[in-house]
Design a binder for this molecule. Structure first.
Ligand SMILES: [Zn+2]
Length: 373
């Protein structure tokens, strides 16, 4: 099975300038430059289309599920802020107005003014798709993954409904804000396999390597449980994190052609980072996956499970090959702080500065919605 959490990046133009062009003649060089410019413009259009579709789809989802006014504002403000933030750090920046058709901009500004004034001064904690997933799990309370994925398919169909000028439906990778993989993890009763606790997570759904590195760094510092942050920062070096035996994990990849989800095994990176009951199990192969540590949906799902269920968190540890406990949860958290916290802070600051993000008075400010639910 081919795992696809991790968008190949066919149109990432900031890295695809060839360095072996000195032999090319002038015409070839001109054509290549033209192609790069064309790709860049196309990518920019895709980001705007994706943002626009996401806003409209999410608004419809909130309305159709009869979300209360406060709930609607809470989630809509977060989604708008996150989309505008990614537009702002794109190079060259995309302004909030570009994500909304003319007649809608003023209306959105009136109802949700905060994201319009804070997208360039405040940071998001989540990508838009993670916020959508959170709304769907918190408010719609799906019974099981099958019921949940069915609902998610309907949302994804709205997100992928646009067509290009030749009438081709865009591929998932063009949709910069949609996660292709969703992970479900749960704690099962060891006697009757009844699900006692559960959590969902999505893969890092934002376009561009720099954008993903920013979100992974912000997540390790300010969002994820520190045990997950430690596993991500170690990048597969050292012994894995061991979950209690009752924890199970299933990942699902969205197949656009079929319009449905398919179960997939964990990637090599996740398999190196975590000892947990993956279903299906990891399948060994020689390819090194190209995505970054921290990109996979497993990290968000595990983090949510640990943050909402302290009893699971208490049992987390690192064991040696003979099963002897080497580090408990507190040791792991301490080690993250000592070894990685400063490094990640420097990294995210440098990345954000490279994308002209303004730190007002040198502070890190995170976006908070007007209503808490
Ligand atoms: Zn993975």
């Amino acid at each position: 099975m081919d795992r696809r959490d991790s968008e190949p990046e066919p149109m990432e133009t900031d890295q695809n300038t060839p360095d072996n062009t000195y032999n090319d003649n002038a015409e070839e060089k001109r054509q290549k430059k033209k192609q790069i410019r064309h790709n860049k413009e196309k990518q920019r259009e895709n980001i705007m289309t994706s943002g626009n579709l996401f806003i409209i789809t999410f608004k419809n989802l909130l309305q159709n599920s009869n979300a209360q006014k406060e709930v609607m504002c809470h989630y809509m403000e977060r989604v708008l802020h996150s989309i505008f933030f990614f537009g702002n750090i794109y190079s060259p920046p995309i302004s909030p107005d570009n994500f909304l058709p003319d007649q809608r901009t003023e209306k959105f500004k009136d109802v949700f003014p905060k994201p319009f004034s804070e997208y360039n001064t405040h940071l998001p904690r989540y990508t838009p798709y993670s916020i959508l997933l959170e709304y769907m799990t918190e408010s719609l309370k799906p019974e099981n993954p099958d019921a949940f994925l069915k609902k998610l398919v309907a949302v994804n169909e709205s997100l992928w409904k646009s067509f290009d000028e030749e009438g081709n439906q865009p591929i998932a990778n063009d949709f910069t804000l949609t996660a292709s993989v969703v992970t479900y993890c749960c704690v099962k009763d060891s006697k009757d396999a009844k699900v006692l606790k559960k959590a969902y997570g999505s893969s890092m759904s934002c376009k561009g390597k720099t954008e993903r590195r920013i979100m992974i760094a912000l997540s390790t510092l300010h969002v994820w449980d520190r045990v997950i942050s430690y596993a991500v920062c170690r990048q597969g070096n050292g012994l894995p994190i061991t979950f209690p035996e009752q924890v199970h994990c299933n990942a699902y990849s969205f197949i656009t052609k079929r319009g449905g989800y398919e179960e997939i095994p964990p990637c090599t990176k996740c398999n190196k980072m975590y000892i947990v009951k993956f279903n299906p199990e990891h399948q060994a192969h020689n390819k090194e996956e190209r995505w970054l540590y921290g990109n996979c949906a497993e990290n968000e799902a595990f983090s949510k499970l640990l943050q909402t269920h302290k009893d699971v968190k208490i049992e987390i540890c690192i064991r040696d090959d003979d099963g002897k406990k080497l580090m408990n949860r507190e040791d792991i958290e301490k080690k993250f702080k000592e070894d990685y916290e400063d490094k990640m802070q420097r990294e995210v600051k440098q990345l954000l500065t490279s994308r002209k993000f303004k730190f007002t008075s040198g502070e890190w400010k995170f976006f908070t919605p007007s209503y808490f639910v």
